[in-house]
Design a protein around this ligand. Structure first.
Ligand code: NAD
Ligand code: LMR
Length: 341
């Protein structure tokens, strides 16, 4: 049985994500941490008649470390949607100033209390928050790259939905037929249509629309919410989809996904990842690729250039994505190097 901790559990993503986790019968314990209202959300969810025991933890004051420590004790999986979301006119990178220190401090607590837990980072900018987490774990001597994941599943969920709309196909039949690789913001997001599978063909203008909506789908929601935040419900669904995959493999479930969902990972820490990064990514170390999980960790990844058919258009998109990623990765690593942990 699996203990899952959600940090940021009372937020727009945290609440529906915690609800979905409460419904998963492989979860035996669900610890909800937030700086506000975690106990209220936990009390509410605890009335649902599924086995997971739900507990809520919130600090008494800024110095109080007991709540986070208790929430993390003995946990197998930590999912982090803590932090601020965008408002119209902002990019995800604009969130760095606030969210970088939130992630740094939460991950330092994980390193000290639950160093073996799998960590799923939702908080933006993912292109930087995952390098921040990696660097914190590295500095504290407990970095296991097979257990750190930037959650990019919403890009796959959107890709399936938008391709389904454009081709009048049931989007659920498209799972595993589109992989989204790269990063998680604008043109660092690269959808790859798996032409080895039976996918309806798009004409040029449909393809351009498809790529644009996948890359900038987040903006559609930010604009429509008009100052009230960004995607929360679709993100909770997408975050749960990846978490469920991981929890399945932790619970001894079958791992028979042909082309699994992607996650933004530190490639040099995965077998063959260093060579892949050098050969195809100009040495970029953090990149989202389809990840094969077993026992809650990455055991291998799908090399899109060898295992999927990458078209000329897709290759051009990948080049643009690589240009956009380097600065965000460096910014995260430098932030931690300049921090006292
Ligand atoms: P929100 O403001 O509704 O919720 C955030 C929660 O985090 C709040 O409850 C807040 O109290 C809590 N929080 C703040 N600091 C904390 C700390 N130090 N420890 C614990 N909890 C803390 O925001 P949201 O809409 O849920 O979005 C959360 C984050 O997820 C944002 O950064 C957003 O950009 C990001 N996001 C990522 C994706 C993705 O695809 N990876 C998708 C959507 C949103
Ligand atoms: C998204 O893709 O919806 C999230 O990253 C939130 C955002 O800021 O767009």
């Amino acid at each position: 049985m699996v203990k899952v901790t959600v940090a940021g559990a009372a937020g727009g993503i945290g609440q529906p994500l915690s609800l979905l986790l409460k419904l998963n019968t492989n979860v035996s314990e669900l610890a909800l941490f937030d700086i506000v209202n975690a106990k209220g959300v936990a009390a509410d969810l605890s009335h649902i008649n599924t086995p997971a025991k739900v507990t809520g933890y919130q600090p008494e004051n800024k110095e109080d470390k007991t709540a986070i420590t208790e929430a993390l004790k003995g946990t197998d999986v930590v999912i982090i949607p803590a932090g601020v979301p965008r408002k119209p006119g902002m990019t995800r990178a604009d969130l760095f100033n606030i969210n970088a220190s939130i992630i740094r401090d939460l991950v330092a607590n994980i390193a000290r209390t639950a160093p073996k837990a799998a960590i799923l980072i939702i908080s933006n900018p993912v292109n930087s928050t995952v390098p921040i987490a990696a660097q914190v774990l590295r500095k504290l001597g407990v970095f296991d790259p097979t257990k750190l994941f930037g959650v990019t599943t919403l890009d796959s969920v959107r890709a399936e939905t938008f391709l389904g709309e454009l081709t009048n196909t049931n989007p659920q039949k498209l799972k595993g037929k589109i992989s989204v690789i790269g990063g998680h913001s604008g043109d660092t997001i690269v959808p790859l249509i798996n032409y080895n599978s039976s996918v309806p063909v798009l004409n040029k203008s449909q393809y351009d629309e498809f790529v644009h909506r996948v890359q900038f789908g987040g903006d559609e929601v930010v604009k429509a919410k008009n100052g009230a935040g960004s995607a929360t419900l679709s993100m909770a669904y997408a975050g749960y989809r990846f978490a469920e995959y991981l929890i399945d493999t932790l619970s001894g479930g079958p791992n028979n996904y042909k082309v699994p969902d992607s996650a933004y990972i530190y490639l040099p820490g995965i077998e063959g990842g260093k060579e892949f990064s050098a050969k195809y990514l100009g040495g970029i170390e953090f990149f989202s690729v389809p990840v094969v999980l077993n026992h809650g960790q990455t055991v291998s990844f799908i090399n899109p250039f060898e295992q999927l058919r990458v078209s000329e258009d897709e290759n051009k998109l990948i080049k643009v994505a690589l240009n956009g990623l380097k600065g965000s990765i460096d910014q995260g690593v430098e932030f931690v190097n300049a921090s006292k942990l």
